[in-house]
Design a protein around this ligand. Structure first.
Ligand code: HEM
Length: 533
């Protein structure tokens, strides 16, 4: 009945409709979905709906559905209608008017199980969270990101462990990105992969397990059942959630002690310090909320700490994994990058951030292109508070669609990123598309005007870690390429071409879970070859 009702409503939009028996919004479907993967193999396309029933389906689908149905279509399920769009003027309209187009409830609460935070809130609440946390992302911390990333990349034993599967590349950069975040964001320089006294899991183990099972965490976190009644995965999840909370408690306690000791010294405020200070402000008596707009409650402190922990390393590690694989598969691009790295980075004595980072335009363009093809954020769902006119493209022309509150719009980043608007080579890896050269020969990163590009989103709610991730990525790439050539890992007797084709197939086979992951990262890899040998 609900499906029929929604289908009738969807028809009024005059867009192609994909009917679905279930939706990624159905909580009960989440744990059951893997059991139904056989549906996809049914004849006559009977199971073609299956791919759309997980939240990050564009990671798997790429722009296949867009090529078939156009830049706007509707996913119609018993739960709701989702108008999918990758039409640049439509995306612009939503992201630039974020106040009227918040994330709908269920999606926004996905990462709020430790408390409300900058990503789970909207309106004035969001502004409060954002002001406190974004203040720490200043040029001083970018210096730190640069130095720390170079140091950590130098410490990777690429000469010793020179052959790494993509699985190993991912775990290497999971840890590296987390280390950089821990030092710069939280002032913490401790081992993240060992289990310290008083703990049952390492920090990476507990965070990794929560993120792998994030939807189960959302659904079952509040469950008060005794352990012996829980299946193994939920028992382990309980441990990981408690363990990660303990890590956050220790971090906050250490920061409070440090703040007391260093009160008189003037130095830049770290992200953690800004959050702890805001929590201290909340505890001050006799202040009305209007008198202290900069405050975080205890649970909001934990909520934000968790969200920065996950947002700050997953996305970067995902990007690094795809980037190194693309690099290995495209030696010509690598040569082009090495030219820049040798000119500005390898020859510099002090590797000063302010002098060198702005010169590494090609390295940044390389990040842009990696994120165009392998975005960690495939579908951003929004819903208007008051009715709004959404520009859409139909098969014959462009027009406006009235979208009422309660209707969801899904911004399809893969559709936007792989659109023919990027040119005939839209499906190909080509970082040069992001570089413009001035008459004097200077190079700059530019996004082609006709296309929509939103790996970090844009508008007022753009990712606050955008520059953090750019500086980190460029530093790691420059440091790596200054010492190594990155090649495709070949099996015994395998030709270069066969190995490259195998690598590219592995890269095509991806799925979404918090960020982009490879389904079979163990079947291909890269090799680091020292450049001066
Ligand atoms: C390649 C790296 C990164 C990419 C592609 C990326 C992408 C994104 C995207 C698309 C969003 C919007 C999500 C949504 O609204 O649903 C977002 C939000 C966010 N990102 Fe990033 N991010 C990256 C790195 C980082 C880093 C390094 C940090 C922190 C150190 C960070 C912190 C955040 C936070 C806190 C939000 C929520 C902001 C808000 O809602 O106001 N991100 N990011």
């Amino acid at each position: 009945y609900h499906l029929a009702r929604n289908y009738m409503a969807a028809r009024k939009f005059g867009l192609p409709i994909i009917p679905l028996p279930v939706s990624f919004e159905d909580a009960w479907w989440v744990p059951l979905r893997p059991l139904f993967s056989w549906v996809e193999r049914l004849p006559f396309g009977l199971g073609s709906w299956y791919v759309y029933t997980e939240m990050g389906w564009p990671t798997v689908d790429g722009n296949r559905t867009v090529s078939r149905l156009g830049e706007n279509f509707i996913l119609c399920s018993p739960q709701s209608n989702v108008i999918v769009t990758c039409y640049p003027p439509g995306i612009d309209r939503i992201l630039k008017n974020h106040k009227n187009w918040p994330q709908p409830g269920a999606q926004s609460q996905l990462f709020a199980f430790y408390g409300q935070n900058v990503s789970s809130t909207n309106g004035a609440e969001w502004q409060r969270h954002r002001k406190i946390t974004a203040s720490a992302f200043n040029e001083h911390s970018m210096h730190q990101v640069w130095n720390e990333s170079i140091k950590r990349a130098t410490d990777l034993d690429l000469a010793g462990e020179n052959a790494r599967t993509l699985c190993r590349i991912r775990s290497t950069f999971d840890v590296l990105a987390m280390e950089v975040l821990a030092v710069v964001g939280f002032g913490q320089d401790t081992a993240l992969t060992t289990v310290p006294p008083g703990h049952r899991e390492s920090l990476m183990q507990s965070l990794g397990f929560i993120l792998r099972h994030v939807l189960l965490t959302v659904i079952f976190n509040g469950l008060k059942a005794p352990d012996f009644l829980l299946p193994g995965v939920l028992r382990r999840l309980k441990v990981s959630v408690a363990e990660f909370r303990l890590y956050m408690e220790e971090l906050i306690l250490r920061q409070m002690q440090l703040s007391r000791k260093e009160k008189s010294q003037s130095r830049a405020t770290s992200l953690l310090e800004a959050m702890v200070n805001a929590n201290e402000a909340e505890k001050q008596p006799l202040q009305t909320p209007t008198a202290r707009p900069s405050y975080l409650t205890e649970s909001e402190l934990y909520g934000n700490l968790f969200v920065f922990n996950l947002a700050g390393f997953e996305t970067t590690a995902s990007t690094m994994t795809f980037a190194l694989a693309f690099l290995a598969a495209h030696p010509d691009v690598q040569e082009w990058l090495v030219e820049e790295v040798d000119r500005y980075y390898s020859t510099s004595r002090d590797r000063n951030y302010a002098a060198i980072y702005p010169q590494l335009v090609r390295c940044l363009a390389f990040m842009y292109e990696t994120l165009r093809l392998a975005s960690p954020a495939p579908l951003l769902v929004r819903s208007p508070i008051v009715s709004d006119e959404l520009p859409i493209a139909t098969s014959s022309d462009s027009t406006m669609l009235t979208v009422n509150p309660g209707t969801f719009v899904g911004i399809h980043s893969y559709g936007a990123h792989l659109s023919p608007r990027w040119g005939v080579d839209a499906q190909k890896f080509n970082p040069k598309r992001f570089v413009s050269t001035s008459e004097a020969g200077g190079e700059n990163v530019v996004v082609p005007e006709t296309a929509a590009y939103l790996p970090w989103m844009f508008g007022p709610r753009v990712c606050p870690g955008k520059k953090f991730s750019q500086v980190e990525f460029v530093a790691i790439i420059a440091q790596t390429l200054s010492g190594y050539r990155v090649e495709v890992l070949r099996s015994d007797g395998e030709s270069d071409d066969t190995a490259r084709a195998r690598l590219m197939r592995a890269l095509d086979d991806k799925y979404f879970n918090v960020s982009a992951h490879l389904k079979r990262p163990e079947v291909a890899g890269v090799q680091f070859v020292q450049r001066n040998t």
